[in-house]
Design a protein around this ligand. Structure first.
Ligand SMILES: [Fe+2]
Length: 212
């Protein structure tokens, strides 16, 4: 990935997209803000340059924007999804890509498209939507997968409390090499505890402004 410029309108565009997510699904909006922040930190710890860190941050902010297009009964269902509902839910990464597609003429967003589409691909090729495996999965998708999984497990849900870090770390270790890229998971596990504590919700609402 080469260095490049980030157009001024990128910030306003992402802000507008995230505001639409906030209007429809505030919980996913907050998740996206945290994942954007974590992507920036993990990509820095992995050794990506500043431009690549911005691509990672914006990809994290937008990775689940496609959940706007998922019917609420499926998106918010507290119990296990049936196969039909699972198919609907699994389409969200493709919808995320479709929503960002009109911005893809610019090289910055063009790099975000495959990262967002691939954020549920697994290292062993058992992910979705394209069943990519290993290094065929965009590097930033592999970064998103680790921090997305962390946040999903740490988050309090209506039906369960968030899990403590040590349990989540063991789960990430257990799934390294099948779901997660070993190098990226290792960097996450070595550095996560040193990251600043998750910011409060009010601060999270201001992240977009800080991004700009
Ligand atoms: Fe997702």
């Amino acid at each position: 990935m080469a260095w490049g410029d980030i157009p001024d309108w990128a910030y306003d565009s992402v802000h507008a997209l995230l505001q639409s997510l906030h209007a429809v699904e505030p919980t996913t909006y907050q998740h996206c803000l945290r994942v954007g922040e974590y992507c920036k930190k993990l990509s820095a710890d992995v050794g990506l340059n500043e431009f690549e860190q911005k691509v990672a941050e914006f990809s994290g902010l937008l990775h689940d924007i496609g959940k706007i297009g998922i019917e609420k009964e499926v998106l918010l269902k507290p119990s296990k999804l049936d196969p039909r509902e699972l198919d609907i839910m699994r389409n969200h990464s493709v919808i995320s890509e479709q929503i960002i597609q009109p911005l893809g003429a610019h090289p910055f967003f063009n790099q975000i498209l495959p990262a967002v589409r691939g954020h549920h691909e697994r290292l062993d090729g058992e992910g979705y939507p394209d069943k990519l495996a290993g290094e065929a999965i965009p590097l930033i998708s592999r970064i998103i997968l680790v921090v997305d999984t962390y946040d999903a497990m740490a988050e309090n849900r209506v039906y369960r409390k968030g899990l403590p870090d040590d349990i989540i770390y063991s789960e990430i270790k257990r799934c390294t090499g099948t779901q997660f890229d070993p190098q990226i998971a290792k960097v996450f596990l070595e550095n996560h505890a040193r990251w600043k504590p998750t910011q409060d919700q009010e601060t999270l609402h201001n992240i977009i402004k800080k991004v700009a």
